[in-house]
Write a protein that binds this ligand. Structure first.
Ligand code: ADP
Ligand code: ZN
Length: 609
């Protein structure tokens, strides 16, 4: 069988993704590999297909026990003999797995690094045929990386202990220092590198100015497909709790997740999310490492991430299955202020400097008025040849306008109120508020009173914020956020300089039509029916729904509406084994939709029963 045939018959896919084929072929020939691929790029197949093509058992090292089980469930659903060996197994289960290993019955064995590297286990391996070693999340071996795990260090001995066995290291996150470190520590100096880009074209990036965050979140959710799973990240535990609670009150299946919750509760939230029993997890950044859910359709940042790396990693949890997904950031200048204060309270000044620099880059991304993806990839040193066409800026280019007159009005109003008031009051005066405070202060007699009536308060708010951000105004945070003019404001006030600004993001977000173009997978009745069927089967078999079929397979099915087993096999994600196991139920569901029943004669028996 060729690797293409394996890809189709076992995994149900029609074509390799970038680099997969080269990696697979190289490994089968006995070579090593170092693979850097973004999340969702398809790293697993890179060693799973060679495992099926080589003699013996592949040993896969993975740091996260919860992920091992999902991987094994997925492989088993495709009819591949796989198991895991870690601390969650009872004694008799452990013995059974080891017996299978010695009997040569396993094509893949997932094992925790500390188990693999015990003397007794290594001794066992000498008695069997090892087809290859795969080190997943390989950055865990490096102290440069962000997730160093001491138990990974031992893996450095593998190369010398098993010189003839191919070794593949895979990671999604590695800067150049970490890369070099991984290669060095695993003894992969001679191995070819496969580096797929950072781009995640299926994720649509959107940044909206944060005004009323909860209302904004609700309107975002209402526009999305019903029941789409997603994650909402917020900075503090308190906010996580309150947002989750309000979502639940609004009728969403939502739950909070943060480090302050008991282990058991966190585990159950994670599991319910995996199983699509929970639609939305509201979480601090504590949530994510253990999440390998391919059909996360959106990630919302309720608060500003601290740096572009975190933003990339967190948004990267959306759309691992390659289908359209959305990343929404609610960006408020208040958050920038809080984040800065937090950083500056740190003891290590050098560290603070670096973190401030990183925060500024994040703010730059949020404020960008050109293609968001270009800015994001640019940060990682990658160039896009053109605008992406799939971010808020590309889809809805901000209008630029000459803000000179408005800016002058705002600046002189700040000056007239004596540089002793904050944004709210300045706007009141500009808009000619008849409020008591304005009158008591005599500010209704100022020359700037009411000169900005024709402009809505939010627009003034946005303008003032941009003026602060561009350095024409400064905000005294120690003193009720009082606005003061800076030197830079002079030429503007004197009319010696013009100021071009982008229309506020809020406006853009509210523009008619913009809201309609959501990044979503087709959400018709058939798709929903197939999704419900998938959930019933998954519950029956005690696995997460994506183990049965991914969203990609269901979408494809809903579009093609196969009527026969052969047609069903053409659907992406449907291999022989799953055809035998689930084919009939899905064909029946589709037929019921099209007003008929599948002809039983066309249906092949499960090849394995
Ligand atoms: P990674 O480990 O790189 O984050 P996975 O190996 O989990 O990514 O793959 C992500 C998703 O893409 C999975 O649902 C997987 O089945 C799917 N996938 C991988 N390779 C292909 C392919 N060649 N064609 C279609 N889907 C693929
Ligand atoms: Zn773009």
């Amino acid at each position: 069988m060729t690797t293409h045939e394996t890809l189709k018959t076992v995994f149900g896919y029609g074509a390799f993704r970038p680099y997969q084929e080269e990696i697979v072929e190289g490994l089968i020939r006995g070579g090593d590999a170092f693979v850097l691929m973004p999340t969702g790029g398809g790293k697993s197949l890179c060693y799973q297909i060679p495992a099926l093509h080589r003699e013996g058992t592949a040993l896969v090292v993975s740091p996260l026990i919860s992920l091992m089980k999902d991987q094994v469930d997925s492989l088993t659903a495709n009819g591949v003999a796989a198991a895991f060996y870690n601390s969650t197994l009872g004694e008799s289960e452990s013995r059974r797995v080891l017996a299978q290993l010695h009997a040569g019955q396993l094509k893949l064995l997932y094992v925790a690094p500390e188990r693999l590297m015990t003397d007794s286990f290594l001794e066992r391996l000498r008695g069997i045929a090892v087809s290859l070693f795969a080190v997943d999340e390989a950055h865990c071996i490096s102290q440069w990386g962000h997730d160093f795990r001491p138990e990974y260090m031992q893996l450095g001995r593998l190369r010398a202990l098993f010189p003839g066995v191919p070794l593949i290291a895979l990671t999604a996150t590695a800067d150049s220092q970490t890369r070099a470190d991984i290669v060095h520590r695993l003894g992969l100096e001679g191995a070819p590198w496969y580096i797929a880009g950072f781009d995640r074209p299926n994720i649509r990036y959107t940044v909206t100015e944060k005004v009323k965050p909860f209302a904004q979140l609700m309107s975002f959710l209402r526009e999305r497909g019903e029941g789409d799973p997603g994650i909402v990240y917020a900075l503090s535990r308190k906010r996580v709790e309150s947002v989750a609670c309000r979502l639940a009150e609004a009728g969403f299946r939502a739950a909070p997740y943060h480090a302050g919750l008991p282990d058991r509760e966190r585990r159950s939230v994670q599991e319910a999310f995996q199983r699509d029993d929970l639609q939305i997890v509201v979480a601090t950044v504590a949530f994510g490492m253990g999440i390998d859910k391919p059909n996360v359709r959106f990630v919302v940042h309720y608060d500003l991430p601290r740096n572009v790396e975190s933003y990339y990693q967190e948004t990267g949890r959306a759309g691992r299955d390659g289908l359209p997904a959305e990343a929404l950031l609610l960006f408020g200048y208040g958050d920038v202020v809080v984040a800065k204060a937090l950083i500056e309270s740190g003891r290590n000044r050098e560290q603070n400097r670096i973190e401030l620099h990183k925060l500024n880059a994040m703010v730059g991304l949020a404020e960008a008025v050109n293609c968001r993806r270009r800015v994001l990839l640019g940060y990682f040193g990658e160039r896009l040849s053109g605008d992406c066409g799939n971010c808020d800026i590309c889809l809805d280019p901000p209008q630029r306008f000459d803000a000179t007159e408005e800016a002058r009005k705002a600046l002189s109003c700040v000056f007239r109120v004596g540089q002793r008031f904050g944004t709210g009051h300045v706007i009141d005066v500009l808009r000619g508020s008849t409020g008591e405070r304005v009158r008591q202060l005599g500010h209704d007699r100022l020359s700037t009173y009411g000169i900005g009536r024709d402009i809505p308060a939010e627009s003034w708010g946005s303008l003032l914020r941009q003026l602060v951000h561009l350095g024409y105004l400064e905000q005294d945070l120690a003193n009720y956020s009082v606005l003061k003019l800076t030197e830079a404001a002079r030429p503007l006030l004197r009319g010696e300089q013009r100021l071009i600004l982008a229309r506020p993001l809020v406006k853009a977000a509210q523009k008619k039509g913009a809201a309609k173009r959501k990044a979503a997978i087709p959400d018709d009745d058939l798709f929903q029916a197939l999704r419900a069927l998938r959930k019933r089967i998954a519950d029956r078999e005690g696995v997460p729904p994506f183990v049965v079929f991914g969203d990609a397979a269901l979408t494809d099915m809903a579009a093609r509406r196969p009527a026969t087993a052969d047609e069903l096999l053409l659907v992406s994600g449907v291999g022989r084994h799953k055809l035998g196991k689930y084919g009939y139920e899905f064909l029946r569901e589709i037929a019921a939709f099209s007003g008929g029943a599948p002809e039983s004669g066309q249906y092949p028996p499960d090849p394995e029963t």
